[in-house]
Ligand binder design. Structure first.
Ligand code: UDP
Length: 478
């Protein structure tokens, strides 16, 4: 058997507080025809990174909705996970190719995992490239299969993509975070766009009293009375932690008491993490005001909650990004962000909400300094950011999108009623961000005789600039 991840229980009714009663009621309607459906989610790590974060919250809610949902892991040794990290990097465009022995390692481990996938499911959702070859090696059986890709695969390394692509054949659907992430020649008929979301009721995001948050940070050595900027991320070169330190140094020359916290989680499937950790340690070693934390040294969900709440500015200086859950997590606490213009981050920081998008160390420093000097501006951006997250990036919206997809794949008769609020609008979607929108009220742009609708002017403008880039997802091709 594949290893099962133990999760807690959750009551959907709690979400009425954060997402509203309408969103909760709609989830129940969408789930009713799927009651008793056996749905498996498979990934490579139970902690560290956004996928584990989402599944830990989503599985209990699916169960509360009457679905027989399981979360299982593929397993492998360090060599396997070094190869899968190279594949991850290659899909994000890194130049490094896979050697024949690496390809062999990937397939041997995948075959072993496929052999121990024994139970029957109606639907199997495979997350990211690590378990991608399971379908090919296991056989489809009577299940429907979905490949849910969380990373930016818009310009993959051709050699890595050519190696992986054949293993996608047979999937019923692929799901990407953004329209532009789908590679041009994905060999699957149905391509869906569903942006991820945060869980407002998890320990990472639930309300946390400011005094308690201060005590938590003091306990680990942060002086909460002094200015604090933070980045919370896996230790990964694409998250540019060394760029964050460089930006912090520029700001610090103007704000001498400034502290920087870098909180990074190690993931089971990310052996690169320790190497990056050492590089950060080396770069930070002469500055006692740089605090370096990991999930292995006491910074867990509640501490991350405290950091995102009490920091003056949260930086997310990604160079490549999938979605960047940390941005929505931070905005939910009304803290402003300065973030790299990468992947799904511009969906979360847009139209005067959330903070600033940056493209360089200097810009990152400049915007961070601006927010430190103008806290009222930061408050306004943070408050607007929270509303953007509430309307688009809460777990209830994500699960609604997924239930619609599961219903379509399993032939369930679901209601087609629309609720424009809380991100649960009708069936038409914004081709840039994947949000369901009400076409009667949404900004429109006609391209090649077809009207496309958008959640915002910002998405429409992005589409106008490069329409073909966003029309890679076949569901949008007219
Ligand atoms: N995270 C954490 N502790 C850390 C660093 C990260 O719990 O020290 C969490 C973070 O709060 C977020 C997830 O890991 O929920 C990272 O997701 P994101 O989408 O930002 O990036 P990914 O790691 O998936 O590329």
């Amino acid at each position: 058997m594949l290893e099962t991840v133990d999760v807690g229980t959750q009551d959907l009714d709690f979400y009425e507080r954060s997402a509203g009663a309408e969103a909760v009621a709609q989830l129940r309607e969408l789930a009713a025809p799927l009651e008793g459906a056996r749905i498996l989610h498979v990934n490579a790590t139970p902690y560290g990174g956004g996928v584990a974060e989402i599944l830990r919250s989503e599985i209990p809610l699916l169960r509360d909705l009457g679905i027989l949902a399981d979360w299982k892991l593929i397993t492998g040794d360090q060599t396997f996970f070094s190869v899968t990290k190279a594949i991850h990097n290659g899909l994000q465009g890194a130049a490094r190719e896979l050697t024949p022995p690496e390809q062999e390692t990937y397939l041997t481990h995948s075959a072993r995992n496929a052999q121990v996938l024994e139970e029957e499911y109606d639907l199997v959702v495979v997350h990211d490239p690590q378990p991608l070859a399971l379908l090919w090696l296991h056989g489809k059986g009577a299940s429907r299969w979905v490949w849910r890709c969380h990373i930016d695969t818009s310009e993959p390394n051709p050699q890595v993509w050519d190696f992986l692509r054949p293993y996608l054949e047979g999937y019923d659907t692929t799901v990407f975070t953004l329209g532009s992430f789908a590679p041009p020649d994905v060999p699957v008929e149905r391509v869906e766009i569903i942006p991820p979301a945060i869980d407002p009721e998890s320990p990472k995001n639930f309300e946390l009293d400011a005094r308690l948050a201060s005590r938590l940070l003091r306990w680990i050595g942060v002086e909460v009375e002094r200015p604090l900027v933070t980045q919370v991320s896996r230790f990964d070169p694409w998250k540019d932690p060394l760029g964050v330190i460089a930006a912090y140094r520029l700001v610090k020359s103007e704000v001498p008491g400034l502290q920087l916290a870098l909180a990074g989680s190690m993931a089971l499937d990310d052996p690169e993490g320790w190497e990056i950790y050492r590089q950060i340690q080396e770069s930070a070693k002469n500055d006692p005001q740089i605090h370096l934390f990991t999930n292995l040294t006491g910074v867990g969900n509640v501490e991350v909650n405290a950091f995102q709440r009490l920091s003056d500015v949260v930086i997310q200086k990604s160079i490549r990004e999938g979605f960047g859950l940390v941005v929505s997590e931070t905005l939910w606490k009304e803290t402003p962000v300065v973030a790299g213009r990468a992947g799904g981050i511009p969906l979360q920081v847009q139209g005067g909400a959330g903070g600033f998008l940056v493209d360089s160390v200097e810009e990152c420093a400049e915007k961070t300094l601006r927010l430190l000097r103008n806290p009222e501006e930061g408050e306004t951006l943070g408050a607007r950011g929270r509303e953007l997250v509430r309307s688009r990036f809460l777990l209830t919206r994500l699960i609604a999108d997924e239930l619609r997809l599961y219903g379509a794949l399993l032939g369930a008769q679901q209601p087609r009623t629309t609720v424009a609020k809380v991100g649960l609008a009708g069936e038409e979607r914004d081709p840039v961000c994947g949000m369901r929108i009400d076409p009667r009220q949404a900004p429109e742009y006609e391209y090649r005789g077809h009207p496309y609708h958008f959640c915002s002017e910002s998405c429409r403008e992005q589409f106008r600039a490069t329409p073909e880039y966003f029309l890679r997802a076949t569901s949008y091709r007219s």
